[in-house]
Design a protein around this ligand. Sequence first.
Ligand code: BGC
Length: 348
Amino acid sequence: MDIVCTPFGRDRAGHAVLRYTLTEGALSASILTLGGVLQSLTVPDRNGKPVDVVLGFDSAEDYEQQTCYIGALIGRCANRIAEGRFVLNGQAYQLACNENGTTHLHGGKIGFDKRQWITSIHSEGLSLQYHSPAGEEGYPGALHAAVTYRLTANSLIIDYHAESDTPTPCNLTNHSYFNLDGHGAGPVGGQRIRLNAARYTPIDAASIPTGEIAATQGTPMDLTRETPLGAHWDDDFEQLRLAGGYDHNFIVDGAFGTLRPAARVSSERTGIIMDVDTTMPGMQLYTGNFLRADMPAGKGGVKYAPRHGFCLETQYYPSALTLPQFPQPVLRPGETYRHQTVFRFSAE
Ligand code: BGC
């Protein structure tokens, strides 16, 4: 694998932001020290032409201005925690509530997505580390996170590791918005998705899981057979109305902790197929319903708008800390948090 480092401007605090571009055969991925952002991911279409399949920006300033977590690593705890409150080992904790002042979302006011990560290059790929001090955003204990991005001839592999000196919630993910027609190609409704998920976690009006585990069968949430992303996203179905489209945690079939297929998405236009495998228990399918049209112009000056990208965020179920029936994203001293997600590409 070839790795090249180039400057990518400065963050608000004046620190240099670097971009590392990994290349392996026809695949290339660019990663920023700011937020560990996957800034570009280029894969060949059916004619061998390179297509950049993730939304992104051309400057560090634009990344700091946007509020949609585009391409970033998310931590300490991905997605929502109701009222930012939880009890761990008999002690109550209050986290920063950065969504409407009432919900903790994607790690808080200054989550891992806004931090500068320390990089190291090794034969396997690019490793990024972030040390989150005790009390950051209200979380207990210090947590050391290490994320490795690696390319093979056909895959982007993301490995997540973490250790802590105190029991703490830990639920790390990547928040890339994909568009298999190309990042600037507009709505993704025509791209076909198949999920290896017969169940999901329904949400309430604040997008917090109700605690119920529901079967997808017989509803527009059933994506177990190949379906265009836009076929049902405007259906008159309460769960879709609540979120303005898909923005739900699907329970990945099979044993959590083992690497197993979670999703397949394909584009008729480019022929690109993306398979997602993960060790995580769940995956948020988010169809970019709240992608803001007023954010800075994207790469090459293109404008992004709602539903111009979809996210597949592998994760523990949202708000699991307030719902003890869900698998608990708790990391204890002496343990290592270890998860892997693989994005595999082909074209036909
Ligand atoms: C959430 C959405 C949220 C988005 C932020 C997703 O993971 O599920 O509700 O709007 O992140 O960009």
